[in-house]
Design a protein around this ligand. Structure first.
Ligand code: ADP
Ligand code: ASP
Ligand code: MG
Length: 410
């Protein structure tokens, strides 16, 4: 008998039929004698619908009230799910975040889980019940509802699995595993049997939304065995686990892309100590995460500064940066939203030379201009024109031969 945490995403609970289908899968695991904790997302499209509703009444909805609203999506699915199980004569209960005792900080809309008191979940399991926990939501120190940010139900699932020391955490979604790149962008993408925590962390942070980045961080920290599977098939999917020698032998294991960033450039910035800090301090104070940064070498005591921020934060960033530019006498502030970031990821990059030059050559062969480059130990990212995103993903996938499985080591 095992304790298993399963999470089902929005498409898996998109309508009553699918909820029943998923509930039957869970019931099977329960009948086999496992303790089952199920984390559910809202029905597909529901969180977007609620967001749009909020925007109809307020340009900049109050974050506390917005979280009260957004959390309702998951309340609907967990109640329907448990209701169905009970109607089938099974023992089940639904828990919202205050009942499951998922405690977060007060950062509405992007709250962090700071602890889970598993007493109630364990009591319910002891009673032999299938426990269904609302994903994406938490409760802060004064009892207010918070949400964890888009895709946050993955994080709920992994955090609950870690707190319960579950044998396994399964993330059920609309693809049957983690692929070398988004299979919707490139049908030649290959499903991976395994991927390391570090590679998945990079893939998630670089735009692969198949797993939410914080979920992968929790899984790595607490060594939660994590499996991504489809709720529409019985395929075993992909295991996210510790890296091993076989993974290290492959220089590139995946290609990710993000269309979520915008570029800001400040021209003719006086090149003096402290100038970069002057620009970035107000941006950081506004909780805006700056990604790539480039500063040119100084010419005549002036330099250009370019960086990227999430598209949703562009307006606020421009306001802050323009104010600083005026104060210090920089020439102009420009911005560009038609950009995308394509990245290659692989733990084997650490000991393989020439990966970057192969990437640049592949993009050049298609006439794709690189605007910015950033590297870390296990990834290389290039900012390009948005219209080339799909072409770039396909080109890089081909250039690194990701379609065919790597040769087995003797
Ligand atoms: P859910 O609603 O179940 O949480 P998401 O839409 O958040 O599902 O994540 C699944 C989607 O992630 C897939 O439909 C796929 O288009 C996308 N995706 C992006 N990159 C990858 C990848 N490398 N492997 C698999 N899926 C990916
Ligand atoms: N319902 C939330 C969202 O759409 C959380 C999730 O599905 O993981 O982002
Ligand atoms: Mg998701």
């Amino acid at each position: 008998m095992a304790l298993i945490v399963q999470k089902y995403g929005g498409t898996s609970v998109a309508n009553p039929d699918r909820i029943a289908n998923v509930a039957n899968r869970v019931a099977k695991g329960w009948r086999e004698g496992n303790k089952m904790v199920v984390v559910l997302s809202a029905m597909a499209g529901e969180t977007d619908r609620l967001l749009a509703l909020a925007k109809e009444l307020a340009d900049d909805p109050d974050p506390r009230e917005l979280d009260v609203l957004l959390a309702t999506g998951e309340q609907v699915t967990v109640s329907l799910f448990s209701m169905f199980l009970k109607s089938q004569g099974l023992s089940a209960t639904s828990l919202l975040s205050h009942q499951a005792r998922i405690y977060t900080d007060r950062a509405y809309g992007r709250a962090r889980i700071i602890g889970i008191d598993t007493t109630r979940i364990r009591e319910e399991l002891k009673k032999g019940r299938i426990v269904t926990v609302a994903g994406f939501q938490g409760v802060d120190e004064v009892g207010d509802i918070t949400t964890l940010g888009r895709g946050g139900s993955d994080t709920t699932a992994v955090a609950v699995a870690a707190a319960l020391k579950a044998e396994l955490c399964e993330i059920y979604t609309d693809v049957d595993g983690i692929y070398t790149t988004d299979p919707r962008i490139y049908p030649k993408a290959r499903r991976l049997a395994r991927i390391s925590y570090d590679e998945m962390l990079e893939m998630a942070s670089l735009g692969a939304k198949v797993l939410e980045i914080r979920a992968v961080g929790f899984a790595k920290r607490y060594r939660v065995p994590l499996r991504v599977r489809s709720s529409f098939s019985n395929h075993p999917g992909t295991l996210v686990c510790k890296e091993d020698a076989e993974m290290e032998a492959i220089p590139v294991s995946g290609v990710a892309y993000s269309r979520n960033e915008a570029r800001v450039s400040i021209t003719r910035v006086p090149d003096r100590p402290g100038i970069a800090a002057r620009f970035f301090e107000p941006v950081a104070r506004a909780n805006i995460v700056v990604d790539l940064i480039i500063q040119n070498t100084s010419v005549d005591g002036f330099t250009d500064l370019t960086f990227t921020v999430p598209k949703g934060d562009l307006a606020k960033t421009l306001e802050l940066v323009k104010a600083t530019a005026r104060e210090i006498g920089a020439e102009r502030v420009l911005s560009d939203e038609n950009i995308a970031k394509v990245s290659i990821v692989g733990v084997g990059m650490r000991n393989n030379a020439g990966v970057a030059s192969r990437m640049f050559a592949a993009l050049a062969s298609q006439g794709i201009n690189i605007m910015m480059i950033s590297t870390s130990e296990i990834k290389i990212s290039c900012v390009i024109e948005d219209k080339y995103t799909e072409l770039a993903v396909r080109t890089l996938h081909d250039a690194f031969g990701l379609e065919s499985p790597p040769p087995r080591r003797p």
